[in-house]
Design a protein around this ligand. Structure first.
Ligand code: ATP
Ligand code: MG
Length: 561
C-alpha cells in the first residue's frame, strides 16, 4: 500500500498503519472491526466509529468485521442486533461474510480461561462483588488481596468447572485474573474475568451460566479474528494494559489497541443509556424518532448515508475530546442534498390567493425545474389555477423596508408562473387576513416580463384546487441547552417544542406518491422526506430534515448574547 500520510485527510491512526505497513508488522494486512454491544440503537457517535473502521479497511484494501460484543445477556436484545445490522448496511459498508458474535467464542474464551488458571494467572474468588469493590482500593490507596488468591491450580480448575456446571448461585463466585492488587492502574487489580449469571442469552440461550466480562472477552474476540488494529474510544486507554496483559499471558495473537476521541454533538446526548431513557420515558416516538441522534432517527429524518459519511470525515480523528456543533451535521446534509434533491413546491402555512382576472375552471400547467444544480434532472408540470395558496408569512399589510414579498398594491413573481399584483384582502371577524385578491399579468408567463419590468420578490405557491394535502412534522433541537447535562439531569433540559406540526400543508400534486427514501427540497422551506411510519394510504406525512439555511445560527446568537 502506498503511504497516505501526505494527504490532507490523514490522521494519527493512518500514520500508525502506514508505519506498520513499512515495517511489515502485520505483513501489510489491515483488519479492523466495529464491535457494538447490542444494548441499544446506534447513534451518530457510532457512525464515526463505523466510518473509521470500515473506512480504513476500504482505503487500505483490508477487511472490517461487524462483531457484536454480546457478553451481557441482561441488556441485550435481538431487536438491537437487527437495527445495528440495518444501520451499518444503510451507511454503505460491507462486512462480507464476517458478521460475528462474541458469544460464538464463549467456548474458546472458556478454554483460554482454563489455560490461564493452569498457568497460575487466574483464580476463583468467593468474595461478593461488593466485597471485591471494597477491597479494590482507590487511586491513592492500594487494594487488598483476596483471601482466595492463593488457591491451588487444581482447586481453581475444579471450582471453575463447577461454576460452569451451575453448582453455585448468581454472583456467588467469580474467576479473577491474578495480576497485582497494588498496581497504580485500578483495572489491573485482579479484575473479574467471569461472573455467574443465570440469564438467557439472545443467542446461546441457557447454555451458559457464567459470562465473560468485557475486558476479557473483547481482546480475545480481536485475537481470535486476527484483527490488526483494534480501534476504540479514549475511555479504553486505561484498559489497554489489561488488554495487553491478557494476550501476553496467553501467549496468543495480539492486536494493537488504538484509542481516539469520542464524537460529541451539542444540543444532544450520544449515549445509548441516556437515549434509552428518552425512549423509555416516552419523550419521543421511539429509537428512530427523527429528533433522535440515532442513525435510524437520522435516516427517518431524511439524512443520507453520504451526508453522514462526509460529516464523519470532516470532523476528523483525534485524541482530543471535543464537542462538535450540530450545525455541521446539518450542513453536511445540505451540501449533499443541494446537489441531488428534487425540488417541489409546498406551502406549510397557507393563505388563499384568488387571481380575479384568471378564468374560473382553467387549469394550466407550467414548467418547473426539478433541480437547478443538475440540468439532467429535467422539468415537470405544475398546475396553476385561479385559486392558489402561498405562505402567510409572504404577505404583509404594512411591509417594512426590506420586505420584498406581497403587500397591498405590490407585484411579485410566482415562481415558474406569472407576476401577480395584490389589490385587496379579505378578513375574518378578528381582522386576520384570510384571502388575498390579486390579478396576474398574462404576458409574464414563465416568470419574466417582456417589457423588462422587474419584481424583487419570488414566492412559492401551490394550486388551491390541484394539490395534495399533507401533514408536515417540523423539528427543532431535542434539548434547549448546548450542553444537555447542564444542571445535572439531562431530562430537565429537554426542549418541549422540539416538534411542531403543520396541517394541512399543501403540496404540488407531482409528489402525491413520493419516492421512498427520497429527500425532496420544498422550495424556500428546506428538505423533506415522506415518513414511512406515519404515512398511511390517503394520508401523507412528511418530516423536515433540515431548513435551507442555518436558521439555528440566529438562535445561537440569541443564546450566547
Ligand atoms: P454508549 O456509551 O452510547 O453506550 P458504547 O461505547 O458503550 O456507547 P458500544 O456498542 O460499546 O457503545 O460501541 C461500539 C463502538 O463504537 C466502540 O468501539 C465505541 O468505542 C464506539 N463509539 C461509541 N460511542 C462513540 C462516540 N460517541 N464516538 C465515537 N465512537 C464511539
Ligand atoms: Mg460499551
Amino acid at each position: 500500500m502506498s503511504a497516505k500520510k501526505d494527504q490532507p485527510s490523514s490522521h494519527f491512526i493512518k500514520r500508525i498503519i502506514n508505519a506498520d505497513n513499512e515495517s511489515g508488522k502485520w505483513d501489510g494486512r489491515v483488519h479492523t472491526r466495529f464491535p457494538p454491544e447490542p444494548n441499544g440503537y446506534l447513534h451518530i457517535g457510532h457512525a464515526k466509529s463505523i466510518c473509521i473502521n470500515f473506512g480504513l479497511a476500504e482505503e487500505y484494501g483490508g477487511k472490517c468485521n461487524l462483531r457484536f460484543d454480546d457478553t451481557n445477556p441482561l441488556k441485550e436484545e435481538e431487536e438491537y442486533v437487527n437495527s445495528i445490522i440495518e444501520d451499518v448496511k444503510w451507511l454503505g459498508f460491507d462486512w462480507e461474510d464476517r458478521l460475528l458474535f462474541a458469544s460464538d467464542y464463549f467456548q474458546q474464551m472458556h478454554d483460554f480461561a482454563v489455560d490461564l488458571i493452569k498457568k497460575g494467572n487466574a483464580f476463583v474468588c468467593d468474595l461478593s462483588s461488593e466485597e471485591i469493590r471494597n477491597q479494590r482500593g482507590t487511586l491513592t490507596e492500594p487494594g487488598t488481596e483476596s483471601p482466595f488468591r492463593n488457591r491451588s491450580i487444581d482447586d481453581n480448575l475444579d471450582l471453575f468447572a463447577r461454576m460452569k456446571a451451575g453448582e453455585f448461585s448468581d454472583g456467588e463466585r467469580t474467576l479473577r485474573a491474578k495480576i497485582n492488587m497494588v498496581h497504580p492502574n485500578l483495572n489491573m487489580r485482579d479484575p473479574v474475568m467471569y461472573r455467574i449469571l443465570y440469564a438467557t442469552h439472545h443467542r446461546t440461550g441457557d447454555e451458559w451460566c457464567i459470562y465473560p466480562m468485557y475486558d476479557w472477552a473483547h481482546g480475545l474476540g480481536d485475537s481470535i479474528e486476527r484483527i490488526t488494529h483494534s480501534i476504540c474510544t479514549l475511555e479504553f486507554e486505561d484498559h489497554r494494559p489489561l488488554y495487553d496483559w491478557f494476550l501476553q499471558a496467553l501467549d496468543t495473537y495480539h492486536p494493537q489497541q488504538i484509542e481516539f476521541a469520542r464524537l460529541n454533538l451539542n444540543f444532544t446526548v450520544v449515549s445509548k443509556r441516556k437515549l434509552k431513557r428518552i425512549v423509555d420515558e416516552g419523550v419521543v416516538d421511539g429509537w428512530d424518532d427523527p429528533r433522535m441522534p440515532t442513525i435510524s432517527g437520522l435516516r427517518r429524518r431524511g439524512y443520507t448515508p453520504v451526508s453522514i459519511r462526509n460529516f464523519a470525515e470532516t470532523v476528523g480523528v483525534t485524541k482530543r475530546d471535543t464537542i462538535v456543533d450540530a450545525a455541521r451535521l446539518e450542513n453536511a446534509l445540505r451540501n449533499d442534498l443541494n446537489k441531488r434533491a428534487p425540488r417541489v413546491m409546498g406551502v406549510l402555512d397557507p393563505l388563499k390567493v384568488v387571481i380575479t382576472n384568471y378564468p374560473e375552471d382553467k387549469v394550466e400547467y407550467v414548467d418547473a425545474v426539478n433541480n437547478p444544480e443538475d440540468d439532467s434532472a429535467g422539468t415537470r408540470k405544475v398546475a396553476f389555477t385561479r385559486e392558489l395558496v402561498i405562505e402567510k408569512a409572504d404577505y404583509m399589510e404594512d411591509p417594512p423596508k426590506k420586505f420584498f414579498r406581497l403587500g397591498p398594491g405590490r407585484e411579485v413573481r410566482l415562481k415558474y408562473a406569472y407576476f401577480i399584483t395584490c389589490h385587496g384582502a379579505v378578513r375574518d371577524e378578528n381582522g386576520d387576513v384570510t384571502e388575498l385578491h390579486c390579478t396576474y399579468d398574462p404576458e409574464t408567463k414563465g416568470g419574466a416580463a417582456p417589457d423588462g419590468r422587474r419584481v424583487r420578490g419570488t414566492l412559492h405557491w401551490v394550486s388551491a384546487t390541484e394539490n395534495i394535502a399533507a401533514k408536515v412534522r417540523l423539528y427543532d433541537r431535542l434539548f434547549n441547552n448546548e450542553n444537555p447535562e447542564e444542571g445535572g439531569d439531562f431530562m430537565k433540559n429537554l426542549n418541549p417544542n422540539s416538534l411542531q406540526i403543520a396541517e394541512p400543508a399543501f403540496l404540488e400534486a407531482s409528489i402525491s406518491e413520493p419516492v421512498s427514501g427520497c429527500t425532496y427540497q420544498f422550495e424556500r422551506l428546506g428538505y423533506f422526506i415522506a415518513d414511512v411510519q406515519h404515512s398511511s394510504s390517503g394520508k401523507l406525512v412528511f418530516n423536515r430534515a433540515v431548513t435551507l439555511r442555518d436558521s439555528w445560527a440566529k438562535h445561537a446568537q440569541k443564546v450566547h448574547k
